[in-house]
Design a protein around this ligand. Sequence first.
Ligand SMILES: *Cc1c(COP(=O)(O)O)cnc(C)c1O
Length: 441
Amino acid sequence: MNVRETLKANAAGHLEIGGCDTLELAKSFGTPLYVFDEDYIRAMMRIYRNTIAKEYGGNGNVLYASKAFSCLAMYAIAKQEGIGCDAVSGGELFTALKAGFNPGDIYVHGNNKTVEELRQSVSAGVGGIVIDSYREADILNEIAREYGVRQSVLIRVNPGVEAHTHAFVQTARTDSKFGFSIADGTALDYTEHVLSLENIELKGYHCHIGSQIFEKKSFALAAEKMLDFIKSVKDKTGFEAEILNLGGGFGIYYTDDDPKLTMDDYAEYLTTLISAVKAKTSSLNLKQPYLLIEPGRSIVGEAGITLYTVGAIKDIVGIRKYVAVDGGMFESPRYALYQSKYTAVKASDVNAPCVQKVSIAGKCCESGDLIGVDIPLPQVESGDILAVLSTGAYHYSMASNYNRNLIPQAILVKNGRAEVIIRKQTYDDLIRNDVIPDSLK
Ligand SMILES: *Cc1c(COP(=O)(O)O)cnc(C)c1O
């Protein structure tokens, strides 16, 4: 098994997470089961927050990117750790508020927020709304007038840096549904428009250059481009941004194809970014802006594992061995979406040598319903418990009821204690909103 802070083999050789034996967890809660290590989540939130405190005098905050994993308990943890969050839909905003989150610590995103979502955000008193179209600026200006407030906003900007895992590219023209481009001047034009509106108050800029990024230089470069832009806006309009939100995107460890970053490494990534901000503001003679970052995957991804029970095994000799489990694309959609790679572990014998590569298949009616392919495993049999690792981010949050499968429950583990944070769905949940109209009776 590859090294992870959250996992170990206990005395019996079973996989343990948060002091809990995963075979026991599977027995008491059933499978599939999402398991989250509370200490890891908290440690990641702290490492970012403390780095901003240490390297940037605390002039900033961490916004947990809700879309990675949104539920009441997750916001409760973020709140206790003193960080903020973002929300990309009315549903994420609703959940954060229900968990008791201070609205002022919430930033709302989205390239096409509905009028209702904008209203919900203004009436809740969110800290900021990241705006992304002329239509939105004008609608928001009207809504803020109605509520008698001046709503703080950031503009989503496209810095012309696109990063993916190990590489990044600089682009003059960006083909994206998100943001206004610096290079073609539209970000400046939009700034001038927003500055002319009475009821919205421009606080600064936001960018997000990608996800699962390991290239430190890409973050630094994006920060530099944003600050060059801030400087040119200042020179042309007199407006100097107070807030710079540099988005999320720090990568995590799925398989040995990815580097394994330690907590110190994450601190170093953020320090590199902060150093770039400090150097650039000083060379351009700008104020150091209040800094926001929005990590999602790196906070919760490695904190999570999914436990499955092995069912049918189909060995197509010379071609491929399918090990089917009781989950699938309805609870683990990333392979179907992006051919993502994973590591799996046989929970009853963590140290058993891997002797084969298998495809882990789900139970949905789709050939493409796989959890992963070419996954090294020891011998496994029907009834074994498998753990798929690094499933904390973009699994539950992307789950569906495809084939009317039930979305699994989620538990939080710490010091040998396991608590449910999302209950298992029931069949009644599936038909809760179904209606047979009179015409069909
Ligand atoms: C997805 C997203 C994030 C979080 O990205 P991670 O890769 O999970 O850190 C942050 N900000 C915005 C605007 C996003 O779209």
